[in-house]
Design a protein around this ligand. Structure first.
Ligand SMILES: [Fe+2]
Length: 245
């Protein structure tokens, strides 16, 4: 679905309902080469491709896949997608480090350090080949003719990265926050104090009037963006008062 020039949004049908299958939203930024953000679960990859093609996009023009963080609902399909499309992969260096230091909690690691899909209560996930990822750092990021800004926004995981595209007023937050609520700080690597700082950091970006989160619908218009930050800060203050975070 085209939301504004060069910005396509592919929402997970589950929205903010985390009781069933959890898959992230995906975002496609188009240009002379396209950036696909958070390709999601592998088993939904074919479906996502169909939606992208239905929007008139040539898949071979996707030159970069950016993962906001390493959780499988955002990043499982990344390596297979990159192989199919001949695209590069990008994730924050801090997240890649976190992954090898125990962040692969949704995957299983052998004593030899090889990641295998975990079984049991978790679905079987494809494990990413970390060596294929370009290491992302906060700061300006140039791709095709576009200039983006990358922000390290820990709290949900230590290496969550948000992408800001000032030219289109776009902010992609991954699981830092959603419409009406902050992301979880309770998973391994989560940090309430980091989350607070990350939300404060992103709330200071003035040239944002479209926020696409990892789950839930779009926040469109400056008023919706500001109202959401007010709700998030109230939630954080409330949780702090209750000692929850
Ligand atoms: Fe996540």
């Amino acid at each position: 679905m085209l939301l504004r020039d060069n910005v396509h949004f592919y929402p997970s049908p589950a929205g903010l309902d985390f009781s069933g299958e959890i898959n992230s939203n995906s975002v496609l930024v188009t240009g002379s080469k396209h950036v696909l953000i958070d390709p999601g679960l592998s088993k939904r990859w074919e479906e996502l491709k169909e939606k992208i093609v239905a929007d008139g996009i040539d898949l071979s023009d996707i030159g970069l896949i950016f993962c906001t963080h390493s959780h499988p609902d955002h990043a499982e399909a990344a390596c297979r997608a990159a192989t199919e499309l001949g695209a590069d992969l990008l994730m924050a260096l801090a997240e890649l480090d976190f992954f090898v230091q125990g962040g692969a909690i949704f995957y299983y690691r052998t004593e030899e350090g090889v990641y295998l899909p975990i079984k049991g209560n978790f679905p079987v996930f494809e494990t990413p080949d970390l060596n294929r990822f370009i290491k992302g750092f906060p700061g300006p990021f140039f791709f095709a003719e576009h200039k983006f800004r990358l922000f390290l926004t820990p709290g949900h995981t230590p290496g969550c990265m948000s992408l800001h595209w000032p030219d289109r007023g776009l902010l992609v937050t991954g699981d830092v926050y959603f419409p009406g609520t902050i992301g979880s700080v309770e998973l391994f690597g989560g940090s309430p104090s980091s989350m607070y700082r990350s939300v404060r950091l992103l709330s200071g970006l003035q040239d944002v009037d479209l926020v696409l989160c990892g789950h839930g619908g779009p926040l469109e218009g400056r008023q919706a963006v500001e109202d959401n930050y007010r709700a998030l800060m109230a939630e954080i203050e409330d949780k702090k008062a209750k000692g929850v975070i």
